[in-house]
Design a protein around this ligand. Structure first.
Ligand code: A3P
Length: 344
């Protein structure tokens, strides 16, 4: 390994018995999982191939990262950020899917080689689909290197696994959400995507989530890393619940971050574009490509789901509710991170 592609953290395979158990529930993974570095970030084994490339990816001062723990409102934030940074270019936003406008830095680690072969076989009759599949499965660093214009990057990587000079070089918008709503939303996505292929019930999923046995966990470490940088001029940190409560304010914050000024009418129109009802029907933001190539299981469910806060109550029994409260309290003890909607 050359000096320029060094990776400072240890990557350790998950213990055999636990790995076996996890593979039974996550049928989209065939080999197993790893933990990374002192915080033990959890990933499918294919992360080993990408870790150094992601950590050392060349950055450009104009790059814009939108990052989060999955299901925290990333897509919503991505569209908001893209629209603001591109002077409200509705035409391009409607014409070019978000997946093309924002390469997903590490998605390829979720596509196990066996699944990639399967997806290719299933799409072998359709050249167009094969091209989409190739793009989707290509490492994000390769996709990004080929982009000649300003780059918008989606990632769920915690800051410590991204290039260490990131916030000295370019901008990042980070969005966080109540972990109970995150878990419910991620559970549904894990059942919807064949790359994950989750077949257990919610309670089991929740227990994996709080035991840091799910992709991109530990959840609170992820948030705290970004929260600790919230005053960096290149970082904009907000909560899903803030977007839900006052979207125009969030739009203005993003506009200020990018040095843009909009009239009240422009802000209103953007908020309408970003409303959950319009979003649900907007094919450009609904991850249509996943349906087209068959990674998403066909059916009623879509990538953009309910778009509400507090829906977790329908999924948690009394025991889980108390467990969640305790878990949140334990994890907030050593930090000034607070969820605005949980403050009294
Ligand atoms: P739910 O599953 O709770 O509905 P991500 O983009 O990070 O994967 O997050 C997805 C979550 O954000 C989903 O939550 C999705 O419905 C919600 N979401 C996406 N667009 C939204 C919008 N315009 N308004 C409100 N919520 C939105």
């Amino acid at each position: 390994m050359g000096v320029e592609n060094q990776f400072p953290f240890e990557i350790v395979d998950v213990e055999q018995d636990l790995n076996k158990k996890l593979l039974k529930y996550f049928t989209g993974e065939y080999t197993g999982f790893v933990r990374v570095g002192p915080k033990k970030y959890f990933f499918p084994q294919k992360y080993k191939q990408e870790a150094a490339n992601i950590y050392n990816m060349p950055l450009r001062p104009t790059d814009v990262f939108v990052t989060s723990y999955p299901r925290s409102g990333t897509t919503w934030t991505q569209e908001l950020v893209w629209m603001v940074a591109n002077d409200l270019d509705y035409e391009t936003s409607n014409a070019i899917p978000l997946t093309e406008r924002y390469p997903f830095l590490e998605f390829s680690i979720c596509v196990h080689p066996e699944n990639e072969v399967k997806f290719r076989e299933e799409n072998s009759h359709n050249e167009e689909n094969l091209k989409i599949l190739e793009f989707v499965c290509q490492p994000g660093t390769d996709q990004l290197a080929a982009i000649p214009t300003r780059r918008f990057i989606k990632s769920h990587m915690p800051l410590s696994l991204l290039p260490p000079t990131l916030l000295d070089t370019c901008k990042m918008v980070y969005v966080a959400r109540d972990p109970r709503d995150v878990a419910v939303s991620f559970y549904h996505l894990n059942r919807l995507m064949r790359t994950q292929g989750y077949i257990g019930d919610f309670k089991t999923f929740w227990n994996f989530f709080i035991q840091d046995l799910h992709h991109w966990t530990p959840y609170f470490e992820h948030l705290k890393e970004a929260w600790d940088k919230r005053d960096n001029p290149n970082m904009l940190f907000f909560f899903y619940e803030e977007l839900s409560k006052d979207l125009p304010r969030a739009v203005r914050r993003v506009a200020k971050f990018f040095g843009k000024q909009f009239t009240d009418e422009q802000v209103d129109r953007l908020c309408d574009h970003l409303s959950i009802d319009n979003f649900k029907n907007n094919k450009a933001v609904n991850y249509e490509v996943m349906k087209i190539v068959g990674i998403q299981i066909p059916g009623e469910q879509s990538f953009i789901r309910k778009g509400k806060s507090g829906g977790w109550r329908d999924y948690f029994d009394e025991e889980m509710t108390q467990q969640a409260e305790q878990w949140i309290a334990d994890n907030l003890r050593d930090t000034d991170l607070r969820f605005p909607h949980l403050e009294i």
